[in-house]
Each structure stands twice: as C-alpha cells, then as structure tokens.
Design a binder for this molecule. Structure first.
Ligand code: HEM
Length: 282
C-alpha cells in the first residue's frame, strides 16, 4: 500500500522541497505524481522514460521556466536551465572543455584530491576521535564525500586545492542555497511575490558568485602576456573554447555563470552518489 502520512505533516516537510510531498510509493512506480496548488508535479523513475525526456525527445520536454527562475540568482543563464539555440551554443562550447583529451589533463588534479582524502582518513584512523567502544574509527561519509568532490571540482577548474577555510564557508553556502531555493520554490507555489523571493536567493548566491568572479579575474590578470603558459584546467579550456559555428567564445559574464553551475553540478551530485555507494559497500 502507498505510504501516506498525515497531509499536514507532508505539507510541512513539503515546504522544504516539493519532493517531500510525494509518498514512498511515488518512487516505486514508473512515474510518480502529485497535484499541488493547481500544478501537476511528476517524478520520473523509469529509465526508458528518463531517456525519452532527456535524450530522444528532448525538444518536447524543454526545461521548465521555474528551473531558470530558481537557479538564475546563482548560475545566471548557464547551460543547465536554458533551451533551444541558447543551450545549443553553450553546449558546443562546453563540449570542448569536456573532451576526453581535455579531461585527461585534469586526471592528476583529481588524483591529488583523492590522495588528500586518503591522508585525512589515515589521520582519522590514527587519532582517537570518533573511535567506538569496539576500537573502530567512524567517519561521516557524507561529509567526507562532499569534501573530496568539492576538492576535485576546485582542483580541476582552478588548478589549486580547496583550502580548509573555503571548504567550510563556500560549500556550506552552496548547500544553503540549495535548501533556500527549494523553499523559495514552494513559497512561490504559494504565490509569494517573485521579486522578493529572487532578491532573497540573490543575497545567498552573492558570496559564491563573488568568490568565483575573483578567481576568474585573477586568472585573466595572470594570463596577461603569456596565456599559452597558463594552467591546463577546465577554466582555461572554457576561456579558450570557440564555437565552431559562430567563432564566438564565452563572454566574462557567461563564463562566471558556467563556472558557478559547474561548481554546483559537479560536487553535490557526485558526493551523494559516492556516499550512497560507500554505504552499500561498508
Ligand atoms: C552522479 C553525478 C551526477 C548526476 C546524477 C548528474 C545529473 C545531471 C542531470 C539530471 C542533468 C540534467 C540533464 C538535462 O536536463 O538535460 C545534468 C546536467 C549537467 N551536468 Fe550533471 N550530474 C552529475 C555530475 C556532473 C559533473 C561531475 C559535472 C561536471 C563537472 C556535471 C555537469 C553537467 C552539465 C554541464 C550539465 C548540463 C548538460 C546540458 O544541459 O547539456 N554533472 N546532470
């Protein structure tokens, strides 16, 4: 039988994210759905249906304007939330940065993040903090996977490790934004004024965007004169990418949007997948 807790309890947790409005049952059927304040919301579980929407018939399933609205304060009009020719041009540029040859160049950076993680785990095992009565050391795997994937993304984009202070501040700001964005979406469903909600989200995104903007400005400043000696990372690949159809490159504003998106897309998703996998194995 479908799991159906009290409607008001579901509504309360639904204010954190609309996914909480769904029941366990919705995750087990091919396509779960809920009708909420006049909107039909769907959760697509079946791989064939996911492929149909994201690959085969992508033109029939454009990204919803709400995706753009909710993420715009953080990622502007980056590839994730736009459609049509605007998406296609960004994709042609992005594809260059993610070619296999380019990715090979950042493998050592990824290896560096993994080595740093193993050193942290060894240090935890050697110390007594977190030790159980049976003498086993416990680690918070979610936190550790978030840290290592954040480190991978900083190293592969900027060619430098994630500093401990940034790890706490910056990546906490990302997860705070994700939480606030989920709430803002629900409040918008409840018809709270849009400009007010976007200002609220922009406030939370501001710190992240300023940090990334400073990193891009620094790179541009370092490059004055001899760009060919610059680092071989994803930021460099995005700066150098040229659209084969129009010859255009990412403008500085577009670059900021794409890099903000890659920070968002690249760490929490992989961290959740890795943490889930680790929990299955351990
Ligand atoms: C387990 C990890 C990941 C999951 C589950 C995941 C999931 C997704 C999903 C569902 C989309 C939306 C697809 C669409 O609307 O068409 C997406 C788009 C995207 N993701 Fe990921 N992602 C992961 C890791 C990453 C990483 C590590 C990066 C890069 C560093 C990345 C970069 C992107 C980009 C650039 C797009 C936009 C693609 C486009 O619109 O053409 N993702 N991802």
């Amino acid at each position: 039988m479908p799991y159906a807790p009290h409607f008001l309890l579901r509504l309360r947790s639904g204010l954190r994210s609309w996914l909480n409005l769904l029941s366990e049952w919705d995750y087990q059927i091919p396509i779960g759905s809920v009708r909420f304040l006049g909107l039909n919301l769907f959760l697509v579980n079946e791989p064939a249906a996911v492929k149909r929407m994201l690959v085969d018939e992508v033109d029939h399933y454009p990204k919803h304007p709400l995706t753009l609205w909710i993420l715009e304060p953080l990622i502007g009009r980056a590839i994730f939330s736009v459609n049509g020719p605007e998406w296609a041009r960004q994709r042609r540029l992005m594809d260059q940065a993610f070619q296999v040859a380019q990715l090979r160049k950042v493998f050592p950076q990824m290896g560096g993040a993994v080595t740093a993680m193993l050193a942290r785990l060894d240090a935890a095992a050697a110390g007594s903090a977190g030790e159980t009565s049976a003498g086993l050391t416990t680690v918070d795997i979610d936190q550790e996977m978030t840290l290592v994937t954040a480190d991978v993304i900083v190293r592969t984009i900027l060619s430098r490790p994630l500093e401990a202070a940034e790890a706490g501040e910056l990546f906490e700001a990302f997860s705070r934004y994700q939480r606030r964005a989920g709430q803002a979406l629900m409040l918008r469903f409840l018809r709270l004024p849009e400009p007010w909600l976007q200002r609220y989200l922009a406030h939370h995104a501001g710190k992240i965007r300023r940090w990334i903007e400073a990193a891009i400005d620094q790179r541009r400043a370092d490059q004055d004169g001899s760009p060919e000696d610059g680092p071989q990372d994803l930021l460099q690949a995005l700066i150098e990418a040229q659209d084969p159809e129009t010859g255009s490159s990412f403008s500085t504003a577009e670059l900021l949007d794409q890099v903000c998106f890659l920070f968002l897309a690249g760490h929490e998703t992989s961290a959740s997948a890795l943490a889930m996998a680790a929990q299955q194995v351990l």
